[in-house]
Ligand binder design. Structure first.
Ligand code: SF4
Length: 479
């Protein structure tokens, strides 16, 4: 389906995103060509008023006009988006997203801005409903999550001295079909030894600069890929450099063991001795048939044994991920997975909704996935809440099942600093290694500058010197 879009007044701030909520598979063009539907939004501003006119022509026919007596300059874009959303809602008789015109990845950042400005929870929920067309239940959820994680946000002075660090190991045993992370299947991509040596070089150089600048690391996350594909010899070297330069007595140190088939007792003992206090063991589902279908080479039983291994090694906190909306799975399968995972008693459980991700096998195959996750996540929320798990961070992705969200739950006292800060973006988190992204936060405006590393290990190895120099320049500019 082809949709022609015209917006006057220079306000095309993401209206195509609003259109795609209603017509997820459409293409939007700005060219004057034959289309199935034309969307024409005209914006006229005058002293003290804003006039919006919207016309739909083609497979839908509708004209609407709205005149507001004042709209602050920063609010015009939002008014245009909500006007377009309402126009399409009336013309199609559907409301596709419980998050209304909030199409961004981190909707709780908006709630934090309201809290910064002294708004109370009830007022924020009203603003979300009236101005952003968020459904009341989601407005409540967003506010609940932001208020809960607010004590973990840093103030401007702390932001100058205290960082998070992410280390990317871009290898996995096989590639899951929904994955768009940097995850090269080990068997097809040798080069791990060269990658690892470049990584150690980078970690040592950056670590020395952190120490020289007296910058503390209060959360460290080794992710990927699946870092537990590394053997004991590699972990000894990695832990050595991390302990020398990065770890403090209070650092939250997480290692992702996304695939339970990569866990072994020897490495786990090294991790505990090396200061790791949190691990992620991610089943995604406890249904063997689905595990096979999504390209993972392990069973639910291997998840249970992997989890026991992690616990018996002495890891204090474990998080487990599940995905809502996997092919062939509905409420019954999700509830079964959830109950099985809760029986293991991890401190945290993250419930993702399946998203069509660019670069994933499914997206490339254009597999006709049924987006069936709409209401199931709500069931999960009430099951989790009755077991004492609280939602403490939340993010969204494009093309998610049912336009829902991913929610991190944890038992009280077990909220991950890294997870909160990577979502709320109020701490500089530097990303080192394959496919890593750094986000430098301005402590006064909360604006971000980024530095992205190549996903391909070969490109990372080739450019490592240049990447280190760029990272050092940014770190020095902090002080
Ligand atoms: S384990 Fe995670 S990073 Fe690895 S292929 Fe699967 S989804 Fe991607």
């Amino acid at each position: 389906m082809l949709i022609g879009l015209q917006v006057t007044g220079g306000y095309d701030g993401g209206i195509h995103e609003i259109i795609r909520l209603f017509f997820p598979r459409c293409r939007v063009t700005y060219e004057p060509v034959d289309t199935d539907l034309k969307v024409d939004i005209r914006v006229k501003e005058g002293p003290g008023y804003l006039e919006l006119t919207g016309e739909l022509r083609g497979m839908l026919e509708k004209t609407e006009q709205s005149r507001l007596f004042s709209a602050e300059p920063g609010e015009v874009k939002r008014e245009v988006r909500s006007f377009t959303y309402r126009l399409l809602m009336e013309a199609t008789s559907m409301n596709p997203s419980p998050y209304g015109i909030l199409t961004g990845v981190r909707p709780t950042k908006l709630v934090h801005r309201y809290l910064d400005n002294g708004y109370f929870e009830g007022e924020i929920q009203r603003e979300l409903r009236d101005k952003y067309l968020v459904e009341p239940e989601k407005a409540g959820l967003l506010t609940e999550v932001a208020v809960r994680n607010r004590p973990f946000l840093l103030g401007p002075e702390q932001v100058k001295r205290c960082l998070g660090v992410y280390v990317g190991i871009p290898y996995c045993p096989t590639r899951c079909h929904y994955c768009s992370f940097p995850a090269y299947p080990l068997e097809h991509r040798p080069g791990l030894a060269e990658f690892f040596s470049a990584l150690l070089q980078e970690l040592s150089r950056i670590g020395r600069v952190l120490n020289e600048l007296d910058l503390a690391v209060d959360n460290l996350y080794v992710g990927g890929g699946t870092p537990t594909v590394l053997g004991a010899f590699e972990w000894e070297q990695l832990l050595d450099v991390l302990n020398r330069y990065y770890l403090g007595t209070e650092t939250e140190f997480t290692v992702e063991a996304g695939r339970p088939d990569t866990l072994n007792g020897e490495v786990l003992r090294l991790l505990v001795a090396g200061g790791v206090n949190r691990m992620c063991v991610n089943p995604q589902t406890m249904n063997d048939e689905t595990l096979n279908l999504i390209g993972r080479r392990h069973t639910a039983q291997m998840v249970r044994s992997g989890y026991e291994l992690v616990r018996s090694a002495g890891i204090k906190q474990v998080n487990m991920d599940l995905i809502v909306g996997l092919p062939g799975e509905g409420p019954a399968e999700l509830e079964k997975s959830l109950q099985e995972v809760m029986r293991l008693k991890p401190e945290g459980i993250t419930i993702h909704h399946l998203a069509w991700k660019r670069g994933s096998v499914w997206q490339m195959q254009e597999a006709a996935l049924e987006q069936n996750g709409a209401d199931i996540g709500d069931d999960a929320r009430s099951i989790m809440s009755s077991a004492g798990y609280l939602p403490y961070y939340l993010y969204r992705q494009k093309y998610m099942a049912g336009n829902q969200e991913n929610i991190g739950y944890a038992l009280p006292g077990c909220f991950s600093r890294y997870n909160i800060r990577v979502i709320e973006e109020r701490q500089t988190i530097i990303g080192l290694g394959g496919g890593a992204a750094s986000k430098y936060v301005d402590p006064h405006t909360w604006k971000l500058t980024t530095l992205h590393y190549p996903k391909d290990p070969a490109a990372y190895i080739k450019r490592v010197e240049e990447l280190i120099n760029a990272q050092v320049d940014k770190l020095r500019a902090l002080s």
